[in-house]
Design a protein around this ligand. Structure first.
Ligand code: FDA
Length: 402
């Protein structure tokens, strides 16, 4: 897609994703001349594949507490000035059908393409121009502004917005461009790492649990200690290589290498007390008794993996042994050996250090005219529409400020 007529712009946005398109639309509609450059041939590939193709475009309950950053207060201003309600108003204006899945997560009824078309229309209203696919080789600063060298010739911009996102899913075009530009301008970076990602275990540890692959159930999951402890109640999914599902994706953003995670498979029940009380009231064996609370295949697999004989009558078991089993079910402690990495991660945690940026405008404090927005910045949302809300809010903040 090439629509540019000039090679000098008020604003050049690099990255035609969620944040970049939002920023371009806002700046264009405010009367700025805007060019968007992207190395991909299609707009916003991540929006297209998001939410299983239906784009979980915001979360109605979003607050700054749903975001991770080295600088927890940074995201507050932008999120307060462009809210989920604001984005929803836009979605409604375009008559895009949507529904709430759960916990405030809003999805398109039909397709994520509706959101891309909406953003493109908003850009068209702002007479935004495009250079796609187009590779950027170098960014320099001159007296006229930023000079962006591309494989289609140079472009000059008074303001340059870096909206090239994070490192997740390299096969659809993720690069480290934002971090390279940050380093070039001597900006600090919070070490990027995969987040919202399945966790893995070494083959030997995981072997007994491989037969449980495909089982999903709601759990409480936690990591960290005391003040740093974080707990989510979400669905857990057993896979061949480890654990996945929303519970794991959420906790993965808080998990660091070497740390344990704790899983409560029966969050509403103290199962050890239940088992001990049942000694005098049931003739059932362990496997049959537990099958009333958990899927039978899970019970059989867990008992085997943890070294319990499911045929034993509960009445014949010692309280101590039942408490040991209770611990495995209510507080199963595991130490992942890693994650599935950027290949599977929904987002990148870390990025451009927010202390380098203005929280009002996203502009680099020491480089007037240079902005970083979206996932490139060290602000990472929980699973559930929060990352797009940050993309919209940071894009609007920069688009308005320019
Ligand atoms: P984004 O990644 O959207 O855009 C970056 C753009 O920059 C891309 O168009 C890319 O081609 C371009 N680019 C990269 N390097 C470049 C270079 N060197 N030169 C030129 N262009 C370059 N979030 C959410 O809230 N709800 C959801 O449902 C989902 N679902 C989801 C599913 C999957 C599978 C993934 C991987 C991610 C999600 N997310 C999500 C996360 C969400 O997609 C993500 O946080 C936002 O897209 C980030 O928006 P940005 O605009 O910052 O980057």
């Amino acid at each position: 897609m090439t629509t540019e007529k000039t090679s000098q712009f008020d604003v050049v946005v690099i990255g035609a994703g969620a944040a970049g398109m939002m920023c371009a639309a806002v700046a264009g509609q405010a009367g700025k001349s805007v060019l968007v450059i992207d190395h991909a041939s299609k707009l916003a590939e991540k929006i297209r594949i998001s939410g299983g193709g239906r784009c979980n475009f915001t979360n109605m309950h979003a607050t700054p507490n749903n975001f991770l950053s080295d600088n927890a207060h940074f995201c507050k201003s932008a999120l307060a000035r462009y809210t989920p309600q604001d984005f929803l108003s836009l979605v409604k204006r375009y008559k895009i059908a949507f529904h709430e899945k759960h916990k405030g997560q809003l999805f398109c009824d039909d397709s994520a393409e509706d959101i891309i078309r909406m953003l493109k229309s908003e850009c068209d209203l702002g007479k935004v121009q495009w250079r796609m696919p187009c590779a950027v080789s170098e960014v320099l600063q001159s007296e006229q502004g930023f000079v962006i060298h591309t494989d289609r010739g140079p472009v000059i911009a008074s303001n340059l917005v870096i909206a090239t996102g994070g490192l997740s899913i390299p096969k659809i075009g993720a690069t480290d461009f934002s971090y390279r530009i940050a380093k070039q301008f001597d900006l600090k970076i919070v070490e990027p790492r995969p987040a919202l990602v399945p966790l893995t275990f070494d083959a030997q540890t995981w072997e007994p649990f491989v037969p449980l692959s495909g089982i999903s159930l709601e759990v409480d999951i936690e990591t960290g200690e005391k003040k740093n402890k974080i707990v989510f109640r979400e669905d857990l999914l057993f896979t061949h290589r480890g654990l996945s599902g929303p519970a794991i994706l959420q906790i993965s953003s808080y998990w660091s290498s070497g740390q344990s995670i704790r899983v409560n498979l029966l969050p509403e029940l103290d199962i050890a007390e239940e088992l001990i009380a049942a000694k005098t009231t049931t003739k059932k064996n362990l496997a049959n008794f537990l099958a009333a609370y958990l899927p039978a295949r899970l019970v059989d697999g867990l008992l085997l993996a943890h070294g319990f004989d499911g045929n034993l009558k509960i009445a014949d078991m010692q309280d101590k042994r039942l408490r040991q089993l209770g611990e495995k079910l209510n507080r199963w402690e595991l130490v992942p050996n890693g994650s599935e990495g950027y290949r599977k991660a929904e987002v990148t945690r870390g990025g451009v250090n927010t202390r380098e940026l203005s929280q009002q405008s996203m502009m680099v404090n020491k480089v007037p005219g240079l902005y970083f927005i979206g996932e490139a910045v060290d602000v990472t949302g929980w699973l559930g529409g929060f990352n797009f809300q940050w993309a919209w809010a940071s894009g609007v903040a920069a688009g308005k400020a320019i």
